[in-house]
Write a protein that binds this ligand. Sequence first.
Ligand code: NAX
Length: 331
Amino acid sequence: AKNPIRVLVTGAAGQIGYAIVSMIARGAMLGPDQPVILHLLDIEPAAEALKGVKMELIDAAFPLLKGVVATTDVVEACQDVNIAVMIGGFPRNEGMERKDVMSKNVSIYKAQASALEKHAAPDCKVLVVANPANTNALILKEFAPSIPEKNITCLTRLDHNRALGQISERLDVHVGNVKNVIIWGNHSSTQYPDVNHATVATCDGEKSVRELVADDHWLKTEFITTVQQRGAAIIKARKLSSALSAASSACDHIRDWVLGTPKGTWVSMGVHSDGSYGVPPGIVYSFPVTCEKGEWSIVQGLKIDEFSRAKLDATAQELIEEKSLAYSCLN
Ligand code: NAX
């Protein structure tokens, strides 16, 4: 039997936390034959709720779940973890300034970075979900210098999956037959959902999404804004933000990273920019990536047209501004 993998979930008493823990314990993240030990972290005001989550995990009697550590102590939570899913953060409440939210999250990510650096397994893979996700990942890297840059990522897979979903609905094809959309940039409304290289598997082989949709205007307007604003649409409908789709996409992100992307398929991940596609280094930016043997690499050589160029640059610009706001909170 395989040794259990330790998975840290921060913000585990929250909405996404509640949805993701059962997915992980059922093998949706690391595979149906991989035992796991869950490390659940939340803060003191949520300690009772966190206890409740642990009780339910016990009650569900998951065969793959070999243990649960539920704690409000960040050091205990980070001990020997192999995967860290960082969902805990400070929400932007109505009327709060961007700078105030940033400053709260910067201090949370600074503290958690140090704990991970000192106590996590040396090859720990980190996925930041909490917003501002790209910039939180950047701060985490800054304060965990010994964790390799390649091991720190942020979630844009939900946006990626939303884009697949929109194309699937529009063309009335199963979502599993659509692939290779791209989310470029920030997990925010400046993200650029790009279908220029996306394809659909049909009985006559692979066809390009642009060709099949034909309506270029829709692709350049409504499609993009629907994906960018899907989070707000969910809040409007549910009176709560996306949770099950966020949890499921976070499992997809880790699964593909650890177990590899299927041949000929790429996914979107927020990673440290290496300058590919003219994106400035020094920011965490969502790129198309393929994964093999636990390592991601940015897909190279895709043609970027003028329309896309402007969108790639605009979302990079927003990330540069977020970075300077975050650094100004450090003083
Ligand atoms: P909730 O408010 O339901 O849960 C957050 C949990 O984090 C709470 O239980 C809270 O007590 C805990 N927490 C706060 N500070 C903490 C700390 N220092 N250490 C540990 N835990 C802490 O929010 P939820 O809906 O679960 O969303 C969580 C985060 O995901 C938010 O930042 C949200 O903006 C972000 N999202 C990111 C998405 C993405 O695609 N990257 C999509 C979904 C989601 O909106």
